[in-house]
Write a protein that binds this ligand. Structure first.
Ligand code: UDP
Length: 238
């Protein structure tokens, strides 16, 4: 049994603890919800539990589909064990359908199917509001090399295909999502962070109703029953 040790890092939605095992971290999912880069903040009872369970099911499903990631196992409703990786400070966003910042910036109506899935990079730096950057910026800022950039794009597209299969089975349309990757000691890049309605836009396959954090961002109602619906649907196919 792995033992929980000292707090390593506290983020907006998760706490990370060391363990007595080398390169194994203990994650606790929190109930805090944030939007607008932290300007909007609330405690939402039950949110941590829902995201931990949803992320755990998705990572297990991704394993079945041959995707490498940091998830080891779920420990409790709000906790999981992960492999420690050296996080790459990028938000890798994949879009299948226009929404959110893409629609706003480019004037493409929300809900427009894109001709092919696209990958975007954002520099993960709170103080700068996570700016949108291109491949040259990634290179010049020494965030990743050319080969790694190509790997991140290809891997994000592979994960997109796997997630589309998973969510479609659950009656959910995958609009867009954000991934974070990290490096193992030998430099191998694997998927990290979480995959949940906080990090994906998920629309009901039949009604296009929001099943994600836009409910919170746009003050459309209570996220708990909506995230519960996503968990229930994933549990049914798990
Ligand atoms: N996203 C995220 N964390 C962020 C920014 C975006 O998980 O800090 C996710 C978001 O949930 C959506 C996708 O990335 O699924 C694309 O988000 P977008 O750029 O449209 O930004 P937003 O409209 O959320 O500000």
């Amino acid at each position: 049994m792995v033992e929980k040790k000292g707090l390593l890092y506290e983020g907006k939605a998760k706490k990370l603890y060391q363990t007595d095992e080398k390169d194994v971290l203990w994650v606790e999912y929190l109930n805090q919800a944030t939007a607008l880069n932290g300007a909007k903040k609330d405690q939402i009872q039950g949110k941590g539990e829902l995201n931990n369970q949803i992320t755990s099911i998705i990572f297990e499903k991704l394993s079945e589909k041959g995707i490498k990631h940091h998830f080891i196992k779920q420990l409790s409703p709000t906790e999981q064990l992960i492999q420690q990786i050296n996080m790459i400070p990028l938000e890798v966003v994949l879009r299948n359908v226009a929404a959110g910042s893409f629609s706003k910036r480019l004037g493409v109506p929300e809900g427009t199917e894109l001709a092919f899935p696209i990958v975007e990079f954002y520099f993960k730096e709170d103080a700068l509001d996570d700016p949108f950057i291109n491949d040259d910026h990634v290179l010049v800022l020494d965030i990743a090399n050319k080969e790694e950039i190509e790997f991140l794009k290809a891997e994000a597209k592979k994960i997109n295909q796997a997630l589309i299969e998973i969510f479609t089975e659950a009656g959910i349309r995958l609009i867009d999502f954000k991934l974070e990757f990290g490096r193992l000691a030998d430099g191998t890049i694997i998927l990290g962070d979480e995959i949940s309605p906080d990090t994906c836009r998920l629309w009901d396959l039949l009604t296009n109703d929001h099943l994600d954090k836009d409910i919170y961002r746009r003050d459309l109602g209570d996220i708990v029953p909506v995230y519960q619906e996503v968990l229930d649907r994933l549990t049914k196919i798990a």
